[in-house]
Structure formats: structure tokens, C-alpha cells
Design a binder for this molecule. Sequence first.
Ligand code: F6R
Length: 260
Amino acid sequence: MEIIIQSDSKEGDKVAARMIAGLIRRKPDAVLGLATGSTPLGLYRELVRMHREEGLDFSGVTSFNLDEYIGLATDHPQSYHRFMFENLFNHINMATDRIHVPDGMTADVPAFCADYEQSIRAAGGIDLQVLGIGTDGHVGFNEPSSSLASRTRIKTLTQQTLSDNARHFADPSGQPHHVITMGIGTIMESRQVVMLAFGANKADAVARSVEGPVCAMMPASVLQFHPRAHVILDDASAARLSKADYYRWVYDNKPAWQQH
Ligand code: F6R
């Protein structure tokens, strides 16, 4: 794992955006795995800026989103489909037929999930997966106790995740408990993973995932097995890491040939 600690989330967003831009410039038909939530908002703003000001070209890029709420239509204000269009896709030049977000209204969830997996394979697999982390350690919506080999499927949100996300729902009775999410096995097959975590409320989950035992009760800890996982943090989310000074030194002294 590469642990990258920046002074604040803005600097972290820039590091992540540089990694994604570098990939797209090297491989214009790159396949991205994308996340929603508060964490990647700054990253998406930076990618939009790079598209507008630096000509970063997304026309050949394909994307697969991690997850979606079951029961929310694509135009629902809290759907992840709408989130992605409002915060990224409407502002860059991606072809809409290359954009994939799980369908929260599908009538046949298992068949949809199998198709989603097949579409990822048909696209050649995910080159770079963007992840956030839940305060309970979830990645995608793979809640604690998820199989570390799981594939895209239905999951039920924990009470902790429901409370964390309740702020987005004016009417709590409209907050779905069920989601479709890529599995941990699906995420682990991506060639590169960039997990972002900012703020003190993520410090515990980050420390347990990066420095604790690999365990289904802390799903993000499985990234310790990924050959190319980068974890981008700010000072607050890194506060409980025992080796924070070491990670800072390593990053600050990276040989030029190893730079992103
Ligand atoms: C969203 C996702 C979730 C979030 C996590 C953190 O697509 O997969 O794992 O990344 O719940 O959410 P925020 O960023 O809102 O703290």
C-alpha cells in the first residue's frame, strides 16, 4: 500500500486527479471505477478543471460506478446516477454510452448484477478504481461481514451507514436500506485502487484498515492484499496511524522514476 498524507483534502484531490489524468493520457480508452459521496467531490471538481483548462480528454474513457440505492430512479435527487451527472459527467466529454451506474430500479437484481460484472469484463476490466471509506470501514457498500470475495450484488446498509448518510435525505422514511454494490472481489480485480479519506471522522477506520489485521469486519483492510493500492489522506484522517511519519518520508523522498 502507498499511504499519501497531504495537509488537506484539496492537496489530496490534486494527487488523485494527477493519477487519473496520467492514466487517461497514457491510455485514452481507460476504464475508471468511480465512487460517490462527499469524499470524491473535490477530485471531480479538479478533473472538470483539468478538462476545461488543460484539455484532459475523456472521450474514450469508460466508467463503472460502485453502487446505487435500490428503489431510487435515475432522476431522484439522492440517486448516485444523478449525483454523477451533476458532479462530473455533465461537465466533461464522456460518451454517455460508456457510463455505467448500477440501476436501482431493476426488476431483477441478481440478473442485473451478473450483467454488470459481465460488462466490466467486456470493457477489459477496471484500470483504476476510486474509493471512499465508510466510518465502519465499508468500501463500495460492502458493509462489515461482507465476503472478501464478493461480487456485485444486493447489500443491506448498517445502522451506522444509514445515520452517516441521513443528512442527505430530508425525509428519513425515504432513505433506502438496500443497495446494489460492486463486490470486494470485483474491486480487488481492478488494476489500481485509489482510496481517499478526509477528516477526523475517518481516522479510526483508516488506521484499522491500513495498520490493522485484514478482516471482513473492516472491509477496506482487504486493500492490504492489493498490489497497487494508494491511500490518500489528510492530516486529520491520518491522525491515528502509528507510522504516519514514515509514510510522509517515503512519499516525500520517492525516486523520480517512481512518481505518478
Ligand atoms: C459511494 C461509496 C461509499 C462511500 C463512503 C464514504 O459510492 O461507495 O463507500 O465512499 O460511504 O462516503 P462519504 O464520502 O460521503 O464519507
